[in-house]
Design a binder for this molecule. Structure first.
Ligand SMILES: NC(=O)c1ccc[n+]([C@@H]2O[C@H](COP(=O)([O-])OP(=O)(O)OC[C@H]3O[C@@H](n4cnc5c(N)ncnc54)[C@H](OP(=O)(O)O)[C@@H]3O)[C@@H](O)[C@H]2O)c1
Length: 255
């Protein structure tokens, strides 16, 4: 497949790195910006090339991924000419299929996707809307793909992706606690990275709900029960829900 990327930033770096380490060889066309990132990615594989303009990316590609920040996405799209029926995958948060279609001015096939940094290591999961076999094949090669059939649901998944820095903050608090008690930080970090990777792996191979998995880790009167009860009684889980409401509100207002 010939896959183009408009915008070579953090998420393009992750997706292209993952694709280059995958089994299928794609021809990858990158936009000239960011020049440094594009040049680095072009070093990964002979099949990755940097174009002279965004339009050249569109012309050279079967599938075009839009990976610029939301503030400039519509302006960039308006300058480009897509082919009717061309598959366009937008990574841009908050920009609906309808709005993308209007800005593109041609009946392209539009898919929205939320690839995440772990795609660089061909792990994690990517949500796509609507269902599309070609887009699914691309993201299946760099992790798991979750297809949704309603755009409102897709937007809810966007809310869930606002927890990445909080997750690392949560683990850092534990590493700092261990360090303050005298454990070398590097040992704490190594332990916690493996510990959470193990819990994530268990959830991936199991069909149980997260609530069921939590129960399986809880012994009556044990330390997991104590931790869970203490955080619950202090409103920790309620605050997670409230913060997700706030993120949803922000994403809805951004339209
Ligand atoms: N980061 C994530 O985890 C994540 C996850 C899912 C979706 N997204 C979405 O993916 C999109 C990209 O995110 P990102 O984190 O990769 O952003 P980013 O690192 O800021 O990358 C954006 C890139 O766009 C380039 N650019 C600016 N103007 C351009 C133009 N006119 N034509 C072509 N390229 C241009 C920038 O180049 P310069 O550096 O030269 O300005 C930069 O390389 C966003 O819309 C975001 O909502 C991000």
């Amino acid at each position: 497949m010939r896959i183009g990327f408009i915008g070579s930033g953090g998420i393009t770096r992750a997706v292209v790195t993952g694709l280059c380490h995958g089994d299928a060889k794609h021809d990858i066309w990158l936009s000239p910006r960011n020049a440094e990132v594009s040049a680095q990615l072009a070093q990964l594989d002979d099949h990755v090339r940097v174009c002279e303009s965004n339009q050249q990316v569109v012309d050279a590609s079967d599938v075009v991924c839009i990976a610029v920040v939301p503030d400039i996405a519509e302006e960039v799209l308006q300058t480009l000419t897509f082919r009717p029926g061309q598959l366009v995958i937008s990574f841009v948060a908050g920009l609906t299929v309808d709005r993308l279609q209007r800005r593109m001015g041609v009946e392209a096939e539009i898919v929205r996707a939320i690839p995440l940094p772990a795609t660089a290591h061909r792990s994690g999961s990517t949500v796509i809307y609507p269902r599309n076999a070609e887009a699914k094949a691309i993201f299946d090669a760099i992790g798991a793909t979750v297809e949704v059939t309603e755009e409102a649901q897709y937007d809810l998944f966007s809310v869930a992706t606002a927890t990445m820095s909080t997750y690392y903050g949560f683990v850092e608090a534990q590493a700092q606690w261990l360090a303050q008690k005298g454990v070398p930080y590097e040992g704490a970090r190594t332990f916690l990275a493996g510990y959470y990777s193990g819990l994530a792996k268990l959830a991936q191979v199991s069909h149980d709900s997260f609530d069921e998995l939590a129960k399986q880790c809880t012994t009556e009167g044990g330390i997991n029960e104590l931790m869970q009860r203490k955080l619950e009684s202090e409103g920790f889980f309620e605050q997670v829900r409230t913060a997700m409401d706030a993120v949803q509100k922000r994403l809805m207002n951004g339209r």
